[in-house]
Design a protein around this ligand. Structure first.
Ligand SMILES: O=C(NC/C=C/[C@H]1O[C@@H](Sc2ccncc2)[C@H](O)[C@@H]1O)c1cc([N+](=O)[O-])cc(O)c1O
Ligand SMILES: [Mg+2]
Length: 214
């Protein structure tokens, strides 16, 4: 039977990356996507911006919406301080199976909790299920029409505190116009656009970094 692209991506990681070395896992996926098959990882160019924001925030608690194959999950977790925790939500069970193996190959299982299901269902249960108070950093990279409703849901559920950072992928391509309008015009956020390119292409895209003001 025919393999899927995530399965072929995992095979490339297991062939070309060193177990326990997150940077080699990131490099193997980027090489696969540049040389073999495009895939919707945040990629190396936007990934450097992601790295700089993670390093600056130095978060103890991170929420990632949209694991896909675990590329950004590994990038973020490899920069977290000891005892810091990353919860990543993935809707598609087939993607979750692949992401768990990519995370394991990187040796980052202890820092990452992959939760299967939809963000809209899990966000209201974060406190009771995972003992989370608030998130220091949220990386939005899931369905583009869920960025705004999930942000409002996080506000309502008290998961954001003064200074929490939202970092959103694809605000230009494929685009998240309603989310962008909200974080750029709401008095509750200070927003900043980091111009870049759609992963592995020359098409414009960028990350929007928004500080929740409380
Ligand atoms: O569509 C994109 N991303 C959607 C990602 C979706 C991922 O998150 C869950 S959805 C979900 C739902 C609810 N809760 C958790 C996960 C899907 O199962 C998938 O693994 C995308 C598309 C392009 N592009 O060029 O077309 C480029 C990108 O960088 C992208 O991120
Ligand atoms: Mg994306």
């Amino acid at each position: 039977t025919q393999s899927t692209r995530p399965q072929r991506m995992l095979a490339a990681v297991q062939k070309n990356a060193t177990r326990g070395d997150p940077r080699s896992v990131v490099k193997a996926i980027d090489q696969f996507c540049r040389q073999k098959e495009w895939a919707m990882n945040v990629g190396d160019e936007k990934g450097c911006i992601l790295d700089s924001v993670v390093s600056e925030v130095n978060p103890a608690t991170v929420l990632e919406l949209g694991t896909y194959c675990g590329y950004s999950t590994v990038r973020i977790a490899s920069l977290l301080p000891p005892h810091a925790k990353l919860i990543t939500l993935e809707f598609n069970p087939d993607n979750a199976v692949i992401a768990r193996q990519v995370i394991a190959w990187a040796g980052l299982e202890d820092k990452i909790q992959l939760v299967e299901g939809a963000s809209g269902d899990w966000i209201p249960k974060m406190k009771e299920e995972f003992g989370v108070k608030t998130f220091d950093l949220v990386f939005l990279d899931h369905w583009k029409d869920r960025y705004l409703p999930d942000t409002k849901l996080m506000e309502e559920c008290g998961l954001l505190r003064k200074g929490s950072i939202l970092l959103a992928d694809n605000v230009i391509c494929p685009g998240t116009p309603d989310y962008l309008e909200y974080v750029r015009n709401s008095p509750r956020y200070k927003s900043q656009y980091f111009k870049s390119h759609l992963e592995y292409t020359k098409v414009e895209d960028g990350l929007e970094k928004s500080v929740f003001l409380g």
